[in-house]
Ligand binder design. Structure first.
Ligand SMILES: [Zn+2]
Ligand SMILES: [Zn+2]
Length: 143
């Protein structure tokens, strides 16, 4: 995890440039400078647009496969943070994540309050939504 332990100038350059530019315009240069020095602590929005997140995401998907935990679909899958702690940016443990398709990610957030620890909510949602998804496929006789 050397990359994230001590961010170097060259590594900082891999943050999405457009995002930095937008941030720069909005907040003033000093804030950006401050932010650059705190890669692991950057805001959620900055992190989501950074190469650090891209890297962490692809690490997770290559280890666990890229399919929705509810419906097994492979299209439009994103990685949902069950728990979010900005001190862990880029080095979150795998069990802070679950892969969800667009539909089920949306459904989860529609029905649950955002918080930094949604592990219980997410696990329960995946469990029950998965049962619903399976019963829809297996039993169409009642329609
Ligand atoms: Zn799904
Ligand atoms: Zn999410």
């Amino acid at each position: 995890m050397g990359l994230l332990d001590k961010p170097l100038i060259s590594e900082i350059a891999i943050i999405d440039k457009r995002t930095l530019h937008k941030y720069n315009k909005k907040k003033g240069k000093n804030k950006v400078k401050k932010c650059k020095n705190k890669i692991p602590f950057m805001s959620y929005r900055m992190y989501m647009c950074s190469a650090y997140w891209k890297k962490r995401k692809s690490e997770y998907f290559s280890k666990h496969g890229k399919k929705c935990a509810v419906c097994d679909k492979k299209a439009g899958v994103t990685l949902h943070h069950k728990k979010y702690d900005n001190r862990l940016n880029g080095k979150e443990p795998d069990d802070h994540f679950v892969a969800l398709c667009g539909k089920h990610h949306h459904e989860f957030h529609e029905n649950h309050k955002l918080s930094t620890d949604m592990r219980k909510d997410t696990d329960l949602y995946v469990f029950t939504a998965r049962q619903v998804a399976n019963s829809n496929i297996d039993d169409l006789s009642w329609i």
